[in-house]
Design a protein around this ligand. Sequence first.
Ligand SMILES: [Zn+2]
Length: 227
Amino acid sequence: MTTCASRRQLLKMTAAGVAAMAAQPSRMLAQAAPQFLKPETPEQAMRLLREGNERYLKQTLTACSIDLAILRADTEEHQEPFAAVLCCADSRVPAEIVFDQSIGHLFVVRVAGNIATPDTIGSLEYAAAVLGVKTILVLGHSNCGAVKAAKAGGAVPGQISTLFQYIYPATIGAADLPMAVEKNAQLQAATLRGASPVIAEMVKDGKLSVGAAVYDLGTGKVTMSAS
Ligand SMILES: [Zn+2]
């Protein structure tokens, strides 16, 4: 099924490319973008994320070299993202840029503290079981305000403290904030693997991986955790 979907995707992209080329030959030649082929395995999906982060670090981004109008047309009726990212709502952690990916490539779920809650688990189950992502990556980041606040445990306004129950276990025994951030990403990944039978079954069958990583706000590097 996956192979058929990839073939369909490729054929559709090719057809769209031919049509656009006929309409605007000079523009298409100038934008001869690499074809994107959806990875078939969790390992290939993780490799694409790592390679994307390397391009981001070198400032050699390619995602926006693809004609965005064509990409929008190709994905208007359906989506086949290859990876899902559960990342913090922090304005300094834009997942598509950090991994140099474009429209339709990443299914991104963002919430302060990148936490696995019933809402985010449900969204990620949809990404895995319906859309067929090959990997789910929980992406924490350095100097995370949500983790910092949960670790401090002081009074906060409104409903902010409702986030803390999910982060607090990661702060126990964490000597400093970087350690708490890493533990939090790992804890949320473990929760995803353990709390969702849908995700657990796909992991067991080798169709999906669930990992954790930390993004460094200063260097831009994503460091994958050993799971
Ligand atoms: Zn954060």
